[in-house]
Design a protein around this ligand. Structure first.
Ligand code: NAD
Length: 351
């Protein structure tokens, strides 16, 4: 482990930063490349900022020359790509950046990886693309397995599916040693407050309306971000090249049920005269909103021995507590000052 170097792209985001923190703590040398879009926040990496086995580079996966230089300079055994535009609502409002980052960006990253491989990358080199269950589209019944057809319904899901196809083609055509993981919805610390679980926690705490799309009966599976990252590590070290691995927590819950559970936890931790459930407000459903995602995860469970360690009830309660205890982190995001802080850092660096 100590001799391992990996390039983690998108490592200042929600899932990527968890992966980076875990990897550095486990003794891996990590180079984080992140474009610091609105969703990237270097404070997610504050715990390892002073580590001499971690370095941060501000830049884009779409910058092939920069990625090639990082590969040549650091000679990593793996690239783990988390970099993406990731919010479905934003992809409906402005799909262009999703095509740019999630398709063109991945193409540039794959090209840099191919050049690196052809130029003598370490023999055990791997390219792991972090993907999503949303590429399968809505499943009325049963579960999506890795060979299920892709039927993405949002620009976000379509851009991620496109990237999966590119990765597959680079394995088949150029023998790039690729792996793809497709995870269900993640939750846990440092999730950007526009996503369902943190949004509902923070609105419930502030006694603001809890906007639920349509009837709230959209069913999702949830996996704790630390279980997701452990699964990625398992696939990276034991996955079969060219293969895809679904990652999910099992079970499934309707969005409205999640919101009610969160209300109950917040009521318990911050008692008030009326329950936060009274704040639930049904709003017009998102266009193309998938009704149900459900993953068959037997391939990673039976084949690689991974299973989630954190049960949903336990994980949800822990997550609510984390947001209550880390108000400073999410206040900076809510009031936008985290971007100003970043500008301050950049000004210092160039000054
Ligand atoms: N969060 C989930 O529930 C979930 C579930 C399954 C899969 N995924 C996948 O995991 C990955 C990470 O998701 P997340 O929730 O952490 O997203 P996020 O939006 O929190 O983080 C994305 C990160 O990528 C960075 N980034 C964006 N464009 C970039 C570029 N061109 N070059 C370099 N960095 C760039 C951002 O600055 C940010 O730090 C995504 O690929 C997503 O599709 C997420």
């Amino acid at each position: 482990m100590a001799d391992r170097t990996i390039l983690v792209t998108g490592g200042a985001g929600f899932v990527g930063s968890e992966f980076v923190r875990r990897a550095v703590a486990a003794g891996t040398r990590v180079v984080t490349l992140d474009a610091l879009t609105y969703a990237g926040d270097r404070s997610t990496l504050a715990a390892i900022e002073d580590s001499d086995t971690h370095s941060f580079v501000h830049g884009s996966i779409g910058d092939r020359a920069l990625v090639s230089k990082l590969l040549d300079d650091h000679r990593p055994q793996a690239i783990v790509n988390f970099a993406a535009e990731s919010h479905v609502d934003r992809s409906i409002d402005g799909p262009g950046t999703f095509v740019e980052t999630n398709i063109n960006g991945v193409f540039e990253l794959l090209e840099a990886a191919r050049t690196y491989m052809d130029g003598g990358a370490p023999a055990n080199f791997r390219f792991l693309q972090v993907s999503t269950d949303e590429v399968y589209g809505s499943v009325a019944e049963g579960r999506s397995h890795e060979a299920s057809p892709l039927a993405p319904n949002s620009p976000y899901a379509a851009s991620k599916a496109s990237a999966d196809h590119l990765v597959r083609a680079y394995y088949r055509t150029y023998s790039l040693p690729t792996l793809v993981t497709r995870a269900s919805n993640n939750y846990g610390p440092y999730q950007f407050p526009e996503k369902l679980i943190p949004l509902m926690i923070l609105n419930a705490v502030a006694r603001k309306p809890l906007p639920v799309y349509g009837d709230g009966m959209q069913v999702r599976e949830w996996v704790h971000v630390s279980d997701h990252c452990a699964a990625i590590d398992t696939v990276l070290s034991g996955g079969e090249l060219g293969e895809i691995y679904n990652i999910g927590g099992g079970g499934g819950a309707a969005n409205i049920d999640i919101v009610r559970r969160l209300c109950a936890i917040v009521d318990d931790l911050r008692p008030d005269t009326t329950t936060r459930e009274t704040l639930i407000t049904h709003v017009t459903d998102r266009p193309g909103h998938d009704r149900r995602y459900a993953l068959d995860t037997s391939k990673i469970r039976d084949g690689l021995g991974w299973q989630p360690a954190i049960g949903f009830d336990e994980g949800l309660a822990k997550t609510v507590r984390w947001y209550l205890e880390n108000e400073r982190w999410w206040r900076r995001i809510q009031d936008g000052s985290y971007r100003g802080e970043r500008l301050g850092l950049a000004a210092l660096a160039s000054g």
